[in-house]
Design a protein around this ligand. Sequence first.
Ligand code: FPP
Ligand code: MG
Length: 295
Amino acid sequence: MSWVVDSTLNWFQYAIIKLLKKGHVPKHIAFIMDGNRRYAKRSNAKTIEGHSKGFDKLAETLQWCLDLGVREVTVYAFSIENFKRTEEEVNGLMDLARAKFKRLIEEKDKLNEKGIRIRIIGNIELLPSDLIASFKEAMHITKDNTEGFLNVAFSYTSRDEMVETSRILIDGLRTNKITNEDVTMDLFDKCLYTGTSPEPDLIIRTSGETRLSDFMLVQSKSSFLYFCHKLWPEFTAWNLINAVFAFQYDFYTNEMWRADKSKSLTSAGEAFVNELYSKRDEYIANPQCNLQHGI
Ligand code: FPP
Ligand code: MG
């Protein structure tokens, strides 16, 4: 299946979504797509077929989010912990990613028409070099799009991201680009892989598990968490509608959402962050360029 699919909403779901759009729509939704292997087992299929169905659901869900007017979506596609799975499953997931990113590059016109920018977040240097090259190309060919953002967390864990962020700050201190006084919580947030994104308003995890499993632990500090019993390949537009409805109820009844979420940096902090983002842009623009601290 392609990354860009036609909407599968029925007229009634369209009508409900139109209603939800009158309220506060989450700017950013993150998904922990869990339950692919249980789905495969239940369907007497191979594990990798469960993951493949999981990809199809990702493409369908992305379109529902666009229908809803959600500007940014992040999906947890491959955790660093997943490297501990069997060789067969890890290789299967790498091959699936190879095939899907090849497809993405082939259909770049469709993505560019919709204005969707693809970003990979994670410690991608742990991945095979051909896959890194595909990821870089996908980020490169969509880099000027600003209508929507799809962040694919691949070779990601939040603790690894925090370690990399700490290393970025330590480098900055060592080279006197910043001082102790410049190191603040807001600077830390801005140096995360997701530094340019708003924090997710809503995080949805499927399969009945009620944990974050090392996903966006810093960014989720005030996210609304929604746990759904469906296995990821069985996730439906109704499940998404229920999650957004629950989010909106929380939004209109909880003072917390009114808190000022803007970030402020010292001038040295600001310059440091701008230099970091330029390095990340250069990495995406230049196939020969290596990255020191994940992306
Ligand atoms: C969790 O289910 C899912 C994964 C570890 C992989 C998710 C990957 C996809 C949906 C495909 C995405 C692909 C690309 C190219 C972006 P699980 O394996 O933990 O299943 P279980 O909880 O039933 O064991
Ligand atoms: Mg699981």
